[in-house]
Design a protein around this ligand. Structure first.
Ligand SMILES: [Zn+2]
Length: 206
C-alpha cells in the first residue's frame, strides 16, 4: 500500500468520513505548503503527551500539571449527587455547554451496537462501576444515562443499566434516562442548549 493509499484508509476510519472524503483530505494535504503538512504531522505526534484521559471520568483533557483528574472531577463546586453517563467526549461537551448540568460525568468511550455480544469491549463498563462505587460513598444519588435518542443509544443505556443493577440496588441509586423531548434521532452532540435543558429536566426513570 502506498503512503497516500494508507493515509486514505486511516482517514476513512475517522468519525463521519466516507471513502471519497478521505481521498479529498489526502489531495488537500498535497496542495498545502510543505511546512504546513509537517506542522500537522508534528502536532499529531504531540497529541498523546498533550492530552490525558481523566482517571475518574475518562474524558480527554489538556495535561497541564501532574493531576490525573480533569478540571470537572477536580472541582469542589460540582454536585456529587448526580452522575451523567455519556457515550463520547463530544456529548459531555454539549451537556457542559448547555450549562444546565452541574454534576459529575463518565464517558463510556462509544456505543454498543444492538446484538453485540461483548459490550465490555465496546464501552468502559468496568471503569464506570469503579467510579460509581467510589462516588456512592460520597453521596451519589442518581445516575443519568445521557445517550442519543436512537436505537443504538437506547441499547447502550440498557447495557449500562444492567451492568449497574447490583450496585444501584446496593447503594439505593436512582437510574434515569434523558426525557425524550430529545426527539428520536436527535444526537446530543448537535442538540441545542434548550433541548438539552428540557431533556434533563424531563428525565425518566424506569
Ligand atoms: Zn474527569
Amino acid at each position: 500500500m502506498s503512503p497516500s493509499e494508507e493515509l486514505t484508509e486511516i482517514f476513512r476510519t475517522f468519525p463521519g468520513v466516507g471513502p471519497r472524503q478521505a481521498k479529498r483530505f489526502v489531495y488537500h494535504l498535497l496542495t498545502r505548503p510543505r511546512a504546513g503538512v509537517e506542522r500537522i504531522a508534528a502536532l499529531i505526534k504531540l497529541l498523546p503527551s498533550d492530552m490525558a484521559s481523566c482517571a475518574d471520568c475518562r474524558r480527554y483533557f489538556a495535561k497541564t500539571g501532574k493531576s490525573e483528574l480533569c478540571s470537572i472531577c477536580n472541582s469542589s463546586h460540582r454536585d456529587q449527587t448526580q452522575l451523567a453517563v455519556v457515550c463520547r467526549d463530544v456529548d459531555l461537551e454539549a451537556l457542559e455547554k448547555s450549562g444546565t448540568f452541574k454534576g459529575r460525568y463518565f464517558v463510556l468511550g462509544g456505543t454498543v451496537p444492538i446484538l453485540d455480544e461483548t459490550p465490555e469491549k465496546r464501552v468502559r463498563l468496568t471503569d464506570l462501576e469503579k467510579l460509581v462505587k467510589h462516588l456512592a460513598e460520597k453521596g451519589l444519588a442518581e445516575i443519568i444515562l445521557a445517550t442519543n435518542a436512537s436505537p443504538e443509544g437506547d441499547h447502550t443505556a440498557d447495557v449500562v443499566r444492567k451492568s449497574l443493577a447490583v450496585l444501584s440496588e446496593k447503594h439505593d441509586l436512582k437510574i434515569s434516562t434523558l426525557g425524550r423531548g430529545l426527539s428520536t434521532g436527535t444526537e446530543i452532540e448537535y442538540a441545542d442548549s434548550d433541548t438539552i435543558e428540557h431533556a434533563l429536566k424531563n428525565r425518566e426513570s424506569k
